[in-house]
Design a protein around this ligand. Sequence first.
Ligand SMILES: O=C(O)CCC(=O)C(=O)O
Ligand SMILES: [Fe+2]
Length: 316
Amino acid sequence: MNVSASQRMKRVFSSLSSKPSYTLMRFFARFTLLRYLVPKVRNFVLRYGVGSKVNIEGADYEPTLFPDIDAASMVADLKQHGVAFGLKLPNEIVASLRSFADNNMCFADRDPASGFSLNDRERAEKLLGKKILVAQYFNTVSECSEVVRLIRDPVLNQVARGYLGSTPKFVGANLWWTFPVDATQEDRNRHAHLFHRDVDDFRFFKFFFYLTDVEAGDGAHVCVLGSQGKPPTKHLLDRWNIRRYSDDEVNQQYDSGKVTDICGKAGDGFAEDTWCIHKGKTPVNRPRLLLQLQFALFDYGAMHDQRDEKSLKELM
Ligand SMILES: O=C(O)CCC(=O)C(=O)O
Ligand SMILES: [Fe+2]
């Protein structure tokens, strides 16, 4: 899957004209100095009263779903390891999110034109002429009250504020299935099943909640502890390159104890700065349903799952 230099340039120019701030951030946010400076400048500007203070109305007043969580220790773990464990959703929230997933269309390959109901997956695969590795729901913030409840949760917001070092911005919810199929390499690459790091902002992180049990073989998320800013490199400039990494490269670069398959029960959650090296494993046994909530400094409009209802089509 070698993309030629001219194809790459074409992509960059088209992205620059459709999403200029996001594209520029993707270039600059790979540099450590800017990752350090931009949050400081943003803080300075916020302190002097420019810009909004909290983007989720009332975030600090709702009762938390995580009364046993020590936000400060989660923030410390996130800073040290790039990941922090210990979140647990109440059973009734898991049940409601599962029921949302059971009763709404999901979209193969995150394509608004490829909607199908869960029990129609086989038919959808026939219509698409391929196995479906990933299917995502859209408009969860407007359609699913549990997602809103989580976005507003004071403990999650406290973690976000602590880790980002200033007023957090909620920038997107994503809820998706990963199915145990013999997926093409192209789909595995497209759906983040190869090691990579995300450049989603100068500082950002995500909460992940498993909504199905995830044991070995069920598509665990894999994270390399402490790998923030330390990617495998083939040569000097590769340090600033954003690319996929092979399993071999990752296993050679880091101590085996650092490469962590995150298994868990339905409801288990963790926070991760995906500037760390990470990937999703392609499941071989059971499907995985995952809810992800992302917080950052700036909202480039690129991370959310909102789609115009009119663009959402069921596969026929
Ligand atoms: O499916 C996964 O576990 C990987 C997802 C991922 O790469 C991400 O959320 O940034
Ligand atoms: Fe990622």
